[in-house]
Design a protein. Structure first.
Lengths: 264, 337
């Protein structure tokens, strides 16, 4: 039975105000699912509810057929890893130490990481290409490197599913491509990745499926080519967008170009 | 930042050793280091030591318990401070955050007010510290919030204030000739009247509290990433937090019960320790304990030698600690970031 994370009719938000209604979404091992939506739309709230970090208002979340609320935090962590947006951090743990923290779900409450845990963390750093930063303080590296460090942390967690919250936010052009490549490579190795983004081009680049999030609901869920349409983008972002196929040496690629009235 | 834990531990041990030698040899009755060595050697090998009975009394009965108490209290406060700074993700936090010192003070002051013997006063301090934190925890649980740390801190501040007001009231009502000086003296902190029985009775609390903190040393590192991230990484944050608070409260309450209120160690020493070995609690804890022990021992030696009258510990730790802290802030350039 392959791993699966499923939200069924999930209502989520905070006691003072609801954010999302009846959202149903699934993530299976080996697929890349993109959650597309505008800033402040509730994608982060959805992810936190999906992982049980904030209580849900209604509906269900199941991991591998088990209701989320019946599992301990360690059990959940062994099945789903979470990559939040990278922040500056308070204490100068090294990048390697940050990656080792991904092993916590396998370390019993009263012991410390084993030699093998440290080795797995180092391999994770190598997989995302930042092994040279292993002894650097996490607080002193660049934003893109911090995001890669958090991805390495999720990798050392060795969970079959990974949920990433806008992993390319505030990254430069090069680092964005690097992160997307890492996500694609993860899926190729059998990991299921759900990542939130506001940029539809990311979905075209690497997603198997895209779910479009608008006004607290999903208004589309399917392969990017069928789901990301100018109409959908107009609904979500309120602008005119040309969705075009471009010929490249790697083959035809589809991209979104904001069109319409961008007056000089 | 020095990142070689072996070197750092060596520095800490050396500092501690110097502080111990200084504490035994300095004072109104000077003791030669050679005599100290002879006594230690004879204790290790079982032979005669050839030291005069007076010197032997000074070393074993007068200074010995005081040195051990200073080591224990200093180490305990530093360990608790380090644990809280990681737990609350704030390098400006001290062990008093959740009101253990205020509770202990109420217990002790009440004991003095009711003219109780020393043993009861100490027990009152210990119990008061534990009860205060228990009350803070109970209050925090009543408040539903998605920021459990903030709620704990707020409850600690509020209860701490309440207990402070209670102490002020007791001071006001106390007999100004007999009780008030004793209350004031206790609140300023001192190791002058340490007896071996004090150490024996607090040893279980010190040992248990330190053991609790050591056991969850890795979880503390993960908690320092924030409550949500720690939970996503598989930590039952509520439980670990409870263990850390229990451990820190045990050792702080035990320390305050025998020394009175001694500030600045829990805040300052973990900074230096973090500067030496970084934030990993499995290294931070032992180095904090060593440095805290050395620091308080040094301050205590200073307290009884620098003037003709003994200076209260709490006063001296502030006088010594404040410039050190400022220096560390300026030199290290926000080294905790």
């Amino acid at each position: 039975m392959s791993a699966a994370l499923v939200a069924i009719g999930l209502d989520f938000g905070y006691p003072e105000h609801p954010v999302g209604h009846a959202v149903s979404l699934s993530l299976a091992a080996g697929e890349v699912v993109c959650l597309l939506g505008p800033n402040g739309g509730g994608k982060t709230t959805f992810f936190k509810t999906l992982l049980g970090l904030i209580p849900r208002r209604g509906g269900e979340v199941r991991i591998d057929e088990s209701d989320l609320t019946t599992l301990t935090r360690a059990e959940i962590a062994r099945r789903v890893a979470y990559v939040p947006q990278a922040n500056v951090g308070y204490f100068p743990f090294t990048v390697h130490e940050m990656a080792v923290m991904g092993r916590t779900a396998y370390i019993s409450p009263f012991s410390g990481p084993s030699v093998q845990d440290r080795r797995i963390a180092m391999e994770a750093l190598e997989r995302v290409g930042i092994a040279r930063l292993a002894d650097q303080p996490y607080t002193r590296i660049s934003g893109g490197e911090r995001q890669l460090a958090l991805i390495a942390r999720a990798l050392s967690q060795a969970a079959p599913l990974v949920v990433m919250d806008e992993p390319t936010a505030s990254l430069d052009f090069g680092n964005q491509s690097r992160v997307l490549a890492v996500v694609r490579e993860l899926a190729a190795h059998g990991t299921g990745v759900l990542f939130a983004t506001h940029d539809p081009d990311h979905a075209f680049a690497i997603a198997d499926r895209v779910a479009i999030f608008h006004d607290g609901r999903l208004i589309g869920d399917g392969p990017p080519h069928r789901t990301i349409t100018p109409e959908a983008l107009r609904t979500v972002y309120g602008i005119e967008v040309d969705v075009v196929d471009v010929a490249t040496p790697q083959g035809a690629r589809r991209v979104c170009l904001p069109g319409g009235r961008i007056a000089p | 930042m020095i990142r070689r834990p072996g070197v750092a531990a060596g520095i800490a041990l050396l500092t501690l050793l110097l502080a111990v030698v200084a504490a035994f040899t300095l004072g109104r009755y000077p003791v030669a280091p050679a005599d100290l060595l002879r006594l230690v050697w004879s204790a290790l090998t079982g032979g005669a030591h050839g030291v005069t009975p007076t010197v032997e009394t000074v070393i074993l009965s007068v200074r010995g318990p005081r040195v051990l108490a200073a080591l224990a209290v200093g180490g305990a406060l530093a360990a608790a401070g380090g644990a809280y700074q990681s737990l609350f993700r704030n390098p400006l936090v001290s062990p008093d955050l959740l009101g253990v010192s205020a509770g202990a003070a109420v217990g002790a002051v009440l004991g003095i007010f009711l003219s109780q013997p020393v043993a009861v006063i100490q027990l009152g301090a210990f119990a008061g510290g534990l009860l205060a934190v228990g009350l803070v925890y109970a209050v925090a649980r009543l408040v539903r919030s998605h920021d459990p740390l903030l709620v704990l801190v707020l409850a600690g501040v509020v209860i701490g204030s309440l207990l402070g007001a209670l102490i002020a009231l007791l001071k006001y009502l106390a007999d100004p000739y007999n009780q008030l000086p004793a209350i004031t003296f206790w609140l300023l902190g001192s190791l002058a009247s340490i007896a071996p029985v004090d150490l024996a009775s607090t040893l279980p609390a010190f040992a248990l509290g330190l053991a609790l903190l050591w056991l969850v040393r890795w979880r503390i590192n993960v908690l320092a990433q924030g409550d949500e991230e720690a939970r996503a990484l598989g930590v039952s944050t509520g439980r670990v937090r409870a263990v850390v608070v229990a451990g820190a409260t045990l050792i702080t309450a035990a320390a305050v019960s025998i020394s009175g209120i001694v500030g600045w160690i829990g805040l300052l020493v973990p900074h230096f320790a973090r500067f030496l070995v970084g934030p990993d609690f499995s290294r931070l804890l032992p180095v904090s304990v060593l440095l805290g022990a050395a620091f308080l021992l040094g301050v205590d030696t200073l307290a009884r030698t620098v003037a003709r009258v003994e200076i209260p510990l709490g006063v001296l730790t502030a006088f010594v600690g404040t410039p050190l802290f400022l220096w560390q802030l300026i030199v290290a350039r926000r080294s905790w970031l």
